[in-house]
Design a protein around this ligand. Structure first.
Ligand SMILES: [Zn+2]
Length: 338
């Protein structure tokens, strides 16, 4: 009986979650889902060029955009869609961290829109964007040509994971190569290094930074009244996260902190919107990589042996498989240094 009650409560919870999530727009690049009145998740679509997920939050007097995609053209598409929603004027764009796929749309917003990040993230963007863009100008067209040739040569099952992987990565390099013709780095000009509210009559909006985690500096957006969290790349949903630019103990602390918040819906940096469960799932993933690396050391395996280690069954269906090997090697090197 107790189990039946639990199952009914769970079903009601899932229904209430899905009721809140209404699809309001769909294009080749993203899907816009209403999570609460005036709060939207703009979710990357498989095969599209958005790459990361974006949040749109109207506090009743002003609208904040959380992250701005990899390419200015997809950010322009987002702007057009937002204009049609009849929201309060856009006043802020938040950069959750310095990675290219979260910041390159900054330039499409008008000059009276402030760009918010931590001060460290602004430093990292200023330092690394010119270097990264020059590097990408070299490798992005080459990788695009590589994926094009794989596409043309493929004559197997087009629903097979192997082919879907090609379809998934190709748009990333295409978006990079296309955007290099127009990209201009627009730096953040408002800094939040700990906590700041951007409240309005409709809701409280909280920006929180606890320093390094997925990168040297991360920032999240929390809506305590709606119980919605925009987690940036501290959380991926059913995708291997990319650990090598991160700081694992701090990342785990971040996950513990986010898990302590009163949250019903989590919008991850990559992957679909999920329940709060995707936060501990990320922690379990990171700990499982740590355990695999500990076992490698115990068995006296070298870093090159990482290539022989299979992805554990529970992560076999997750996307971004190639990050698994990068994560093992990164963690192996880190543990070796201790
Ligand atoms: Zn990232």
């Amino acid at each position: 009986m107790r189990h039946l009650k639990l199952a009914l409560a769970l079903a009601a919870f899932i229904t209430s979650c899905s009721e809140k999530q209404t699809l309001v727009h769909s294009s080749a690049n993203f899907e816009l889902v209403e999570l609460s009145k005036g709060v939207y998740g703009c979710i990357h679509k498989f095969g599209g060029k958005a790459i990361c997920n974006v949040g749109i939050i109207d506090n009743g007097k002003e609208t904040l955009i959380f992250d701005s995609f990899l390419s200015p053209s997809v950010a322009s598409e987002l702007l057009d869609v937002v204009e049609g929603l009849g929201l309060s004027p856009i006043k802020y764009v938040v950069n959750s961290h310095s990675h290219n796929d979260h910041i390159r749309g900054n330039q499409v917003f008008s000059s009276d829109v402030k760009i918010i990040s931590t001060s460290k993230t602004a430093e990292l963007i200023k330092e690394w964007e010119p270097i990264d863009i020059e590097d990408e100008k070299e490798y992005a067209p080459q990788r695009l040509a590589h994926y094009d040739s794989l596409c043309k040569a493929y004559n197997g099952d087009t629903t097979a994971r192997e082919y879907l992987q090609i379809l998934m990565w190709r748009p990333y390099y295409e978006a990079l190569a296309e955007s290099h013709k127009v990209v201009k780095t627009r730096l953040p000009d408002v800094f939040v290094d700990h906590q700041q509210y951007y409240n309005g009559p409709a809701r409280r909006v909280q920006l929180i930074s606890k320093g390094q985690g997925h990168t040297e500096s991360d920032l999240i957006l929390y809506l305590p009244d709606d119980k919605i969290l925009f987690a940036g790349d501290l959380v991926f949903n059913e995708c291997h996260p990319y650990l090598p630019s991160g700081f694992v103990p701090d990342w785990l602390n971040w996950l513990n902190f986010m898990d302590s918040l009163n949250v019903g819906i989590v919008v991850p940096g990559h992957g679909k919107t999920g329940s709060k469960d995707i936060i501990p799932a990320m922690r379990t993933y990171i700990l499982s990589i740590e355990n695999l690396v500990e076992e490698m050391h115990y068995r006296d395996l070298t870093i090159d042996d990482a290539e022989k280690i299979e992805i554990p069954d529970q992560y076999k269906d997750w996307w971004f498989d190639r990050f698994f090997l990068s994560n093992l090697k990164f963690m192996y090197s880190g543990m070796d240094k201790k």
